[in-house]
Write a protein that binds this ligand. Structure first.
Ligand SMILES: [Cu+2]
Length: 155
């Protein structure tokens, strides 16, 4: 009888421990964050990563490095926009002007860094969209958005 009881207790303890482990793992998944490091392709009007992938609602810590030569004078930013809105936001960015870092006040702008000077690294922290989809990121410095772009895939 005693032996039966103790093996029952061990079985219970194993089940409880497993349940605790499962709940810790799922809590961790919900709060996990993504860290992205992206740069320019040297002096080119291009990001060195054309695609990033994140989970819905995930916290994203993004570091953007302007790797252009110091004497190039090339400024860049990293701006995440709603699907299909990169041209619209890019054009509005030009109109927004230097005072706004060429980023328009628009609900289609989901995240942005400040302008990075050559050799400078800037960061932004934001939540990935709650809706799965393909969200373009662009540099909104005048003349760059048409070619300097990539895609954040949210799953
Ligand atoms: Cu740029």
């Amino acid at each position: 009888m005693r032996k039966l009881l103790s093996s029952f207790s061990i079985a219970t303890a194993v089940v409880l421990a497993t349940a605790a482990f499962v709940s810790i793992s799922s809590a961790h998944a919900a709060t996990s964050e993504a860290k992205f490091s992206i740069g320019t392709k040297g002096d080119q009007l291009a990001f060195d990563k054309a695609k990033l992938t994140a989970k819905k609602g995930q916290t994203i810590k993004l570091t953007f490095s302007n790797k252009a030569a110091k004497d190039s004078g090339m400024q860049h930013n990293w701006v995440l926009v709603n699907p299909g809105k990169s041209d619209e936001v890019g054009q509005a960015g030009m109109a927004a002007g230097a005072d706004k870092n060429y980023v328009p006040d628009s609900p289609d702008v989901l995240a942005k860094t400040k302008l990075a000077a050559p050799g400078e690294t800037v960061t932004v922290e934001f939540k990935a969209p709650e809706k799965a989809g393909e969200y373009p990121y662009v540099c909104t410095f005048p003349g760059h958005y048409a070619v300097m772009k990539g895609m954040l895939v949210v799953k």
